[in-house]
Design a protein around this ligand. Structure first.
Ligand SMILES: [Zn+2]
Length: 170
C-alpha cells in the first residue's frame, strides 16, 4: 500500500487550505521598493527535474500545474537566496511544503523555497543575494530530496528560470 500516505495527504484538504492561507497572509505587505538588484541566481546546483507549468497527476488525479521549478539536489545541499530581500515566512508546513522559506524582494515579488531539511533564517531577517538560507531536503509532500522553487508576483506564479535568464524589469 505504498500509495496510502499519498492518498491521505491528498484527502487532507483542510490542512492544505490552512497552509496556503498562512503563506498568502505572509505575502500581503510587500516592501514598496525593489530589494533585489541585478541578475537573479539559481538557488542550488542540480538537474532541473520538473519544469514550471508542467501538468501533473497524482495517482491518476489532476493535481494542478506545476507553479515552480524543481531542482534535483542531494539532501543537505545549500539553498541560496536568489536575490536580496527580507524573509517573511520560515516555517514547517507538513501538508505540502515541508520546511518552507518565503523571501519578499519588494514590489510584490517573492521567492519561495520548499521541502528543505533545514531552515537557517528567520522571519524579519534581511538576506543578500547568494546568502545561504537553508539546506535541500525531502520534507512535506515529496517522493525524494529536491528543491521546489517558485517566484511569484503577488500570488501569480512566474517561471523562475525565466527570471534568472532574463532578469526582472519594472
Ligand atoms: Zn515542484
Amino acid at each position: 500500500m505504498k500509495n496510502r500516505a499519498t492518498a491521505a495527504k491528498m484527502n487532507n484538504k483542510g490542512a492544505l487550505r490552512a497552509e496556503k492561507l498562512l503563506v498568502q497572509s505572509k505575502m500581503k505587505n510587500s516592501y514598496g521598493a525593489p530589494l533585489w538588484s541585478g541578475s537573479w541566481i539559481t538557488p542550488t546546483r542540480g538537474a532541473a527535474t520538473s519544469a514550471y507549468g508542467r501538468r501533473r497527476y497524482v495517482n491518476g488525479k489532476w493535481w494542478g500545474q506545476h507553479n515552480g521549478a524543481d531542482i534535483k539536489a542531494p539532501g543537505g545541499a545549500p539553498v541560496l537566496a536568489t536575490n536580496g530581500g527580507r524573509v517573511v515566512l520560515s516555517a514547517y508546513l507538513p501538508a505540502l511544503r515541508g520546511n518552507c522559506i518565503v523571501v519578499d524582494h519588494g514590489c510584490n515579488v517573492f521567492s519561495l523555497y520548499m521541502h528543505l531539511s533545514k531552515r537557517e533564517v528567520s522571519e524579519g531577517q534581511s538576506v543578500a543575494k547568494g546568502q545561504r538560507i537553508g539546506l535541500v531536503g525531502a520534507t512535506g509532500f515529496v517522493t525524494g530530496a529536491h528543491l521546489h522553487w517558485e517566484v511569484r508576483v503577488g500570488w501569480e506564479p512566474v517561471d523562475p528560470n525565466r527570471i534568472v535568464a532574463r532578469g526582472l524589469q519594472f
